[in-house]
Design a protein around this ligand. Structure first.
Ligand SMILES: Cc1cc2nc3c(=O)[nH]c(=O)nc-3n(C[C@H](O)[C@H](O)[C@H](O)COP(=O)(O)OP(=O)(O)OC[C@H]3O[C@@H](n4cnc5c(N)ncnc54)[C@H](O)[C@@H]3O)c2cc1C
Length: 434
């Protein structure tokens, strides 16, 4: 029996068959064969989604055989890669060529198609999600045929398939817009809750990227701003090896893991632990090539819910969530992350049509999450929030249709590209309907 499990361990599935296609043609053959047999097909990524969005029901396609860059267009400043390429591979290949993505999230383990299919995003910039940085893609649809999509070719498919949830087809190639490799300076500074919130608009407008973390049960925040520096690459001033290991590996992973296990055993200690963690953070500045500033290793396994709300209401929603946490007496050992993304034009993009603030709530893998996530989700839902497609949420097609003005357009495209629902699974039935 085959077993698939996601990174957080929250979701498990048992596909009947596992195939590792080595070419786009082999993907098409697998889809046609499954469609003819009445089976379902699911191309998985690295399972970094916290939801069951990539849970295979019968045939599972592994991404490993579809990896690597296939084209570089320096005139158009685009790079095309096979869909299963891990993001860290793309990042280092781009750097080798003197190129970079504009923006990305906190880690680089995901596959390119897996990350874009759920709207994986960073913060700030002119484009915040990987999906919004796509210039084109190629996908195998429900009857095994191939569709190429960009702003000029099949624009309706391009609008939707950049965040296609795996519902429209198996992506074989993605083309990203890229920019010249530059230097990004990070400035991390501890700050009080009141000051950080009062200065939020300033941080967003005066920096290229702004990321904030709030330590529950305390007034402590950590504010991280990143800015492009106009200096040559050989003038980077990265975090020293020891300080990098101490801050990003030992404190952020090893000590944080131990502290969380302690918090799980004695939740009453969590407020004091959070206060101490907040106190230990110090100000630091460093510069490096972009992907080394944006991403870092995450070895403490956790569960996460993240929602995008309209930027105007984001900080009020955060204040409401804080009040709820204190009122309910939950003990939350993980910081809440606050990011901002400019509006995009992707059909089911969490930022579609509006500048957004993303609020992300985490708990350790062994901590109970249902009450916390469920309680905060009510606030996020009442604020017109849109859940990250790859993170824990309980929303269903009927109420998601209310927060996505182009929901019906996506469903109509799904009917056209996958009328037999070859790509369906329980998650898609819940969020899109049958
Ligand atoms: C530690 C950690 C940190 C994270 N940080 C961030 C962050 O900073 N920002 C953020 O937004 N998210 C973040 N995420 C969420 C993560 O980026 C997304 O869940 C992403 O989708 C995971 O990519 P994956 O390759 O693991 O895909 P999977 O989770 O395996 O799959 C996701 C979806 O993509 C589909 N898919 C995969 N390959 C294909 C293909 N070839 N064609 C069509 N569909 C395909 C799957 O079927 C599924 O529907 C984080 C997750 C973790 C665990």
């Amino acid at each position: 029996m085959h077993t698939w499990q996601n990174w957080s361990g929250l979701e498990t599935a048992h596909p009947t068959e596992v195939i590792t296609p080595a070419t786009p043609d082999e993907v098409a053959v697998a889809v046609r064969r499954a469609a003819a047999a009445g089976d379902r097909v699911k191309m998985v990524g690295t399972g970094h989604s916290f939801t069951s969005i990539s849970a295979p029901e019968s045939v599972m396609l592994r991404p490993d055989g579809l990896s690597g860059i296939t084209a570089v267009d320096r005139a158009a400043m685009t790079v095309t890669a096979l869909a299963g390429t891990p993001l860290y591979v793309l990042n280092s290949e781009l750097a080798r060529m003197g190129l970079s993505l504009h923006n990305m999230g906190d880690i680089a383990e995901q596959t390119l198609a897996g990350a874009t299919s759920t709207g994986t995003h960073g913060t700030g910039g002119v484009k915040a999600s990987l999906s919004a940085q796509l210039a084109g893609l190629r996908l195998v649809t429900g009857d095994g045929s191939t569709v190429v999509a960009s702003r000029d070719e099949n624009p309706d498919v391009f609008a939707a398939a950049r965040i296609g949830l795996g519902a429209l087809g198996v992506i074989t190639h993605v083309t990203f817009e890229v920019e010249p490799l530059g230097v990004l300076e990070a400035h991390e500074q501890p700050m009080g809750w009141d000051e950080a919130l009062a200065r939020y608009d300033e941080f967003v407008s005066q920096n290229h990227h702004c990321d904030m973390y709030w330590f529950p049960h305390t007034d402590r925040m950590q504010v991280k701003t990143n800015n492009r520096l106009d200096v040559p690459i050989d003038e980077i001033d990265p975090v020293g090896r020891f300080r990098g290991w101490l801050d990003d590996d030992f404190l952020s992973n090893s000590v944080f893991g131990l502290v969380n296990r302690l918090g799980n055993r004695a939740p009453g200690l969590i407020p004091r632990i959070n206060d101490l963690s907040g106190r230990l953070l110090s100000e630091r500045r460093y510069s490096d090539i972009p992907h080394r500033v944006f991403t870092s290793p995450r070895r403490v396994v956790f569960k996460e819910m993240e929602y995008a709300v309209a930027r105007e209401v984001g900080l009020d929603v955060l204040r409401e969530a804080r009040q709820l946490i204190e009122r309910k007496g939950w003990r939350i050992g993980f910081p809440v992350e606050i990011r901002m993304t400019p509006a995009d034009d992707i059909t089911l993009g969490t930022s579609t049509g509006r500048d957004s603030i993303y609020l992300a709530f985490h708990v350790h893998e062994h901590a109970e999450h249902l009450d916390y996530f469920g309680g905060v989700e009510e606030i996020l839902k009442a604020a017109g929030g849109r859940p990250h497609w790859g993170k824990v949420h309980t929303r269903q097609a009927a109420d998601l249709a209310e927060v996505y003005p182009r929901f019906e357009e996506f469903l109509a495209l799904r009917d056209r590209l996958d009328p037999g629902r070859v790509f369906a699974n329980d998650y898609l039935r819940r969020v899109l309907g049958d």
